[in-house]
Design a protein around this ligand. Structure first.
Ligand code: 5AD
Ligand code: SF4
Length: 451
């Protein structure tokens, strides 16, 4: 039976699910802002929604499979109610019209098409399925103030750029997110000011490769802003507000950024520096544009300029032609750096990438799994060892929320991004406290607040 609500009613409800990286979370917040202006409000109940949106990720095949599973659920959920189901983001851009063949899907919109969403949604009820996957060289959504979603009120993200100009041979991102664009620093600073006024205590600046952030004033080409300059300007807005950033690229990370971090106590001492592989042969095949030696030089520089700075990474195992010897090089690089944390992945071939066109995905699945398990175990040992160095120390923590395990326990992070858990002792999220570290696991510093 048809409900008596139609999508042309005012104050329609939109339900949105987000998969993938923080950039995607930021994009969903932009989408909500655009739809709010068009008369929608957000609902957390899918059954109540007039519009169901899923913001998707294409980075690995399993990310896409998860979304395809959700589409089945949405198909059942919308039965007979005239609900519009839309696929947004990276998968929308990659699969385009192919997604419209899916019975659940009414609308497909790529990452640069979100301003068009109100029109697309309306057009579905008149003309049927809709699609806009045009990529732009200019769109940064600079003028749109994102509607914060599922926020803890303490930490927030700001996208400072979109797209990516690197062509790592395994990676789908440049194809689904388009060319790199840096957002106007004035709009970034304005967004940061709004967050600070709203009481946020930590701001993370996000981009696929923040080190290549570069803004050129369209009115005056001599007026440029680098990432180090942007970072400094944001840090100076309020020295009691923490600033983080990600992701750094080993080929582009400048000493100037490290010196800027050293000058400002409120820029958190943590750098996410994906290495992907410790083997020069693999790095060349991946088109990463640095060598093992070059990478280790960057790590040495971080440690020289910022003693105690945490370093985390991303690693891929089982990329094309990865030999046992190549893999051993990755293991030995991880031993050498002893990362504070790592995201580790088995290579997943992505259609259309350079690797899928010109190389063979020839490492057997069982070898990929064994290699992944080996480095996960290694990283757990390193995480534990690095955390153990904190035991007995007193560190500053920004409280982010109540622990999932107990409402009497709070959690927060050190500026080196270590999660601490401690008894609340009357304190609240948003406060900065000093805690003494009593013991640890590989993931958590168990602590207590010191007066
Ligand atoms: N297969 C596996 N991992 C990948 N990543 C990117 N593309 C792939 C792929 N095709 C990983 C990289 C990157 C992180 C975000 O995801 O390690 O840094
Ligand atoms: Fe983010 Fe990349 Fe996934 Fe897109 S494909 S959501 S950019 S991780």
């Amino acid at each position: 039976m048809q409900s008596n609500r139609t999508v042309t009613d005012m104050n329609r409800a939109v339900y949105i699910e987000t998969y993938g990286c923080q950039m995607n979370v930021g994009d969903s917040e932009v989408v909500l802002s655009i739809l709010q202006k068009a008369g929608y409000h957000r609902t957390e109940k899918m059954e109540e929604a007039d519009v169901i949106l899923v913001n998707t990720c294409s980075i690995r095949d399993n990310a896409e499979q998860r979304v395809l599973g959700r589409l089945e659920v949405f198909r059942h959920g919308k039965k007979g109610r005239g609900t519009v189901v839309g696929v947004l983001g990276c998968m929308a851009e990659r699969l385009k019209e192919k997604l419209l063949e899916n019975k659940a899907v009414d609308l497909v919109a790529g990452p640069d098409a979100y301003r068009d969403l109100p029109r697309l949604i309306d057009a579905v009820s008149v003309d049927g399925k809709q699609i806009n996957t045009l990529l732009s060289h200019e769109e940064t959504y600079a003028d749109i103030l994102p509607v914060r979603m599922d926020s803890d009120g303490v930490t927030a993200f700001i996208s400072i750029m979109r797209g990516c100009n690197n062509v790592c041979s395994y990676c789908i991102v440049p194809y689904v997110r388009g060319a790199e664009r840096s957002r106007d620093p004035r709009s970034i600073l304005n967004e940061a000011r709004c967050l600070i006024e709203a009481g946020y205590r930590e701001i993370s600046l996000l981009g696929q490769n923040v080190d290549s952030y570069r803004w050129v004033n369209p009115e005056d080409a001599t007026d440029t802003v680098s990432f180090a300059q942007l970072l400094e300007r944001v840090a100076l807005l309020d020295e009691s507000v923490r600033i983080r950033f990600a992701t750094s690229h080993p080929k582009d990370m400048k000493d100037e950024v490290l010196f800027t971090m050293a000058r400002h106590a409120n820029i958190c001492k943590h750098i996410h520096l994906p290495v992907q592989s410790g083997s020069d042969a693999q790095l060349a095949l991946m088109n990463r544009k640095y060598t093992r030696e070059g990478y280790l030089e960057r790590v040495a520089k971080i440690r020289e300029i910022l003693p105690g700075c945490a370093i985390t990474t991303d690693v891929i195992v089982g990329f094309c032609d990865e030999s046992e010897e190549d893999f051993r090089q990755t293991v030995s690089l991880m031993e050498e750096v002893s990362y504070d944390g790592a995201f580790m992945f088995q290579y997943s071939e992505r259609p259309g990438t350079k690797a899928s066109r010109t190389m063979k995905d020839n490492v057997p699945p069982e070898v990929k799994t064994a290699r992944l398990n080996e480095i996960i175990a290694l990283q757990n040992r390193h995480s534990l060892k690095n955390n153990e160095a904190y035991v007995g120390r007193t560190v500053e923590v920004l409280i982010e929320g109540t622990s999932k395990r107990s409402k009497d326990q709070l959690f927060g992070r050190t500026d080196t991004n270590k999660t601490c858990v401690f008894p609340a002792a009357g304190h609240r999220p948003g406060e900065t406290v000093r805690v003494k570290v009593l013991s640890c696991t590989s993931a958590t510093l168990i602590s207590e607040i010191t007066e």
